[in-house]
Design a protein around this ligand. Structure first.
Ligand code: IMP
Length: 428
């Protein structure tokens, strides 16, 4: 048995979904430990495409438990809709489990997310407006409503009335917004509670039982390292901890319970939302990557900003996550360019550093130092073995290994679950 964490090494959207989905086929338990429906995993199985926002990727495997642990924030309306959609497409929901301790995202969280962003004007964060930040704020303020409250009608009503009273004062008096009526929220959330109730349990005990029984557990990270609340490009971050350390807090396991940490790296870099991006390509190449890779957000549909691979970011991610392996996605997308570039350092005033800075303002002052490598063909989607990859693609991957000090265990050569080169079994 082994417990594996999969995390994003960049700004999210690294293509975690395809590796998580692949690794989920060998897992007995798949756990989401942070974030909420701000995430969007696209998974392709055969000719079918699925977009997951909250439901863990284990759901495609009927014998796998799919746990939404207490570190997540759950919008029950969104979860119920996602469950209905997946069930409508023939997927078995019986393996889903939702933590009693997880926080509930409520309509005032979404309203305050949007009002807060509007009030920031040009300094907005570019959030997904799913209410994620305000939900984590309430958790930290200790006024949040949890799933255990939601499934108890009386408790939910009394907590909601108290909370709404205060939130409506903030909405109207601070933001000049429209107050939210409590009754429709009660009705809608009660209906969703009914739908979710059979899946709710104490996931900490469940998870430990399964670990003790020798199961393979996959911890599925959403977003990415640079969106982490503490180590990311603050304030252009999300409000949770996507890094490997977030697994301990958000799922309720000790650090030694995580046997390997795979960092997913997109073969180039993308970012949605605002904030500096050293290797951003504002030219035709950036546009070419965006169109070829369909780089538009799975959750919001926003175009993603695209740029060359940034090894300064990867070295940082390798350290803060304790990466034991890398999984490189989208090698097929980057194929078809004559020469490709990797950023190996940041230059400012004649001085070069390979340390990712703490202040985003500093990041905005850096110029990338590039290394150029030969490109490879994009006709690699049928490749299943490492030595079948074009020499230039292998050189690129080996250079990433050198720059990060972390071996590449998996390589994505196409969108489908089976279009991957797998060099080692992470559960061994
Ligand atoms: P929030 O998570 O909605 O509060 O958004 C905060 C920042 O995280 C924004 O820049 C979002 O674009 C970004 N973000 C949140 N979730 C994702 C994701 O799944 N992929 C990429 N970016 C994300």
């Amino acid at each position: 048995m082994a417990n594996v964490a999969v995390v994003g090494t960049q700004w999210g959207d690294e293509g975690k979904g395809r590796f998580v989905d692949f690794l989920a086929t060998g897992a007995d338990v798949v756990v989401r430990y942070q974030g909420g429906n701000n995430a969007g995993h696209t998974v392709e199985i055969g000719s079918e495409q699925y977009k997951l926002h909250l439901v863990p990727s284990g759901i495609f495997n009927p014998r796998t438990l799919s746990i939404l642990a207490h570190g997540t924030v759950i919008d029950p309306v969104s979860l119920a809709a996602e469950m209905d959609e997946l069930a409508g497409r023939g997927l078995d929901m019986s393996g889903l489990r939702v933590s009693l301790r997880a926080q509930v995202v409520l309509p005032h969280h979404r309203a305050l997310d949007a009002l807060g962003e509007a009030a920031r004007g040009d300094a907005d964060i570019g959030t997904t407006r799913r209410g994620i930040g305000p939900a984590y704020m309430d958790k930290a303020e200790r006024s949040g409503i949890r799933i255990c409250d939601l499934i108890d009608d009386t408790v939910f009503e009394s907590k909601l009335r108290r909370v709404m009273d205060e939130k409506n004062r903030i909405i109207t008096r601070v933001y000049d917004g429209e107050p939210l009526a409590v009754e429709p929220i009660l009705d809608e959330y009660r209906a969703c509670a009914q739908r979710i109730r059979p899946y709710v349990t104490d996931t900490i005990w469940l998870l430990h039982e399964r670990i003790e029984a020798g199961d393979n557990v996959l911890f599925e990270g959403a977003q990415g390292t640079l969106l982490d609340l503490d180590v990311g490009t603050y304030p252009y971050v999300t409000s949770s901890h996507p890094i490997a350390g977030g697994v301990c807090v958000g799922a309720g396991v000790g650090p030694a319970a995580i046997h390997s940490v795979a960092g997913v790296v997109k073969a180039y870099t993308t970012r949605v939302g605002k904030g500096p991006f050293v290797t951003e390509l504002l030219d035709e190449t950036g546009q070419w990557i965006r169109e070829k890779g369909h780089e538009y957000g799975a959750t919001t549909g926003r175009p993603r900003r695209c740029g060359w691979l940034d090894a300064v970011i990867l070295r940082f991610a390798a350290r803060v996550n304790g990466l034991t392996h890398l999984a490189v996605s989208r090698m097929d997308t980057l194929g078809g360019i004559d020469r490709v570039k990797i950023c190996t350092g940041y230059r400012r005033g004649g001085v070069v550093t390979d340390r990712f800075p703490a202040r985003w303002e500093e990041l905005g002052q850096y110029e990338p130092v590039y290394e150029e490598l030969p490109g490879w063909t994009d006709q690699i989607s049928d490749v299943t073995r490492y030595d079948e990859l074009p020499e230039a693609a292998r050189l690129y991957l080996e250079r990433i290994e050198e720059l990060t000090g972390v071996p590449v265990a998996m390589i994505g050569v196409g969108a489908r679950r089976d279009q991957a080169v797998v060099r080692c079994d992470l559960y061994r």
